[in-house]
Design a protein. Structure first.
Length: 429
């Protein structure tokens, strides 16, 4: 398989061309022939014109790539090595939503032939690849797992918006269903991963390794968020406490904040779901999730209290929120917790304006029924710096003074303007 891909006798296909799939597809396409498959025809048209729908890659990133973008299964059938990189979200009950993953497995199953390889990159609970996806592959291909086709798991580690830790520079965990597939899959990824690979002993180990990466971060951030609530009652600044504590060499310096997006704010629910299925209640994981999911409401309530303390009726106040994407310098609004701040403030009757240099107003209205503001006012009662986009960092205080009245409250979710705001009441986590 490896030699046939290298000599271009066979093709590699990537199914799902979002934040994860498209960079992988383009990177492989500089070495071998690639088919980029996505069910969204509009996205295919954009990529055929050298446009990344996720706005992460430039037109130049498409240059020199041997890739065919398609939404047709007939074209997908030309491939022999399949990489599945579709989202694994949660539903309204915070349970794993495997519909995109199982749908992609069905599509691959219809294109699968004897001797083919399938590698899953989507974040899942341990056991999902072999227990949920493989039966779908077998059903729609009529082939037998291991005997006729091989499966592996190699978790994605792409960090959207990060121009330093890019795809090729992050060590890749790979795995296979047997020794042969583990060896081949590792060699294929070594074509593009300059940082090297780590061969996990099994697919389940690789699945577990990925899901605890994000769960660990979630728990550590939850601890910081809980500390920020306690320190707020003690009237001391959390960031000053962290500065002091981090002078010890083994202190892990995490920060409080909103935890949204399609990874850290989602993946722990996959692990706790699997734990429940096995008869165990994951107490620390669930407690961390509860704290982090509550922080947006906590921030909104703290601001409302401060407005009332200034003898302002929330219904007569105007608040400007800077940033609405799930993290800085990206356009992704999926599972952004800034929306929870907005809806909580609106529940008190507060008039909220939202601006963001990266987010699409059409997507915001479609996903959350919240439009972005085109023209900012000059008399806001509060400004909430919710996302530390480059455009909002290192601004002089006068920048915010242009939009806020003299009794305004500056809410700094990330704590980046600590000790820099003098003319207004300042509050951060």
């Amino acid at each position: 398989m490896y030699n046939d891909l290298l000599s271009k006798k066979k093709k590699l296909a990537v199914i799902g061309l979002g934040y994860v799939g498209l960079p992988i597809a383009l990177e492989f396409a500089r070495k071998i022939d690639v088919i980029g498959f996505d069910i969204n025809e509009a996205r295919i048209q954009l990529m055929n014109n050298g446009i990344d729908p996720s706005k992460e890659l430039s037109k130049d990133d498409f240059n020199g790539c041997s890739i065919t973008f398609t939404s047709k299964i007939e074209v997908l059938k030309e491939a022999n090595f399949f990489i599945v990189a579709v989202p694994t979200p949660i539903d309204e009950h915070r349970l794993p939503d495997l519909k995109p993953l199982l749908g992609a497995s069905e599509t691959v199953g219809k294109a699968l032939k004897k001797g083919d390889f399938v590698v899953f990159e989507s974040t899942v609970y341990p056991g999902c690849t072999e227990e949920d996806c493989v039966p779908v592959l077998e059903k729609h291909s009529g082939l037998s797992y291991i005997t006729d086709f091989k499966v592996g798991y190699s978790p994605e580690r792409i960090n959207p918006g990060d121009k330093e830790h890019t795809l090729t520079k992050i060590k890749k965990v790979t795995s296979g269903c047997d020794e042969d597939s583990a060896e081949t899959i590792g060699k294929v990824y070594e074509l593009i991963i300059t940082a090297g690979i780590h061969k996990a002993s099994s697919i389940k180990v690789a699945e577990a390794a990925k899901i605890i990466e994000n769960t660990q971060r979630d728990i550590n951030i939850a601890f910081m968020n809980e500390l920020s609530i306690i320190f707020n009652r003690l009237n001391i600044n959390t960031y000053e406490v962290l500065d002091a504590a981090s002078t010890k060499w083994n202190f892990l310096k995490f920060f409080p904040g909103l935890v949204g997006g399609h990874c850290i704010g989602v993946d722990p629910y996959y692990l706790s779901y699997k734990a429940r299925e096995l008869g165990y209640h994951a107490q620390i994981i669930n407690a961390g999730r509860f704290i982090n999911d509550s922080m947006a409401g906590y921030i909104a309530k703290q601001l409302v209290k401060k407005l009332i303390h200034k003898d302002k009726n929330p219904k007569d106040t105007n608040v400007l929120i800077l940033g609405v994407t799930f993290k800085e310098n990206v356009a992704d609004i999926r599972n952004t917790k800034v929306v929870d701040i907005i809806t909580e403030l609106m529940s008190y009757g507060v008039n909220v304006d939202v601006v963001d240099p990266y987010a699409s107003t059409e997507e915001m209205e479609h996903e959350y029924n919240i439009p972005l503001t085109k023209t900012k006012k000059n008399n806001y009662d509060s400004i909430i710096l919710a996302v530390s986009h480059n455009e909002y960092v290192n601004q002089p205080e006068s920048y915010f003074a242009n939009y806020m009245n003299s009794s305004g409250i500056f809410v700094d979710v990330k704590g980046i303007y600590r000790n820099k705001i003098k003319s207004f009441e300042y509050w951060s986590l």
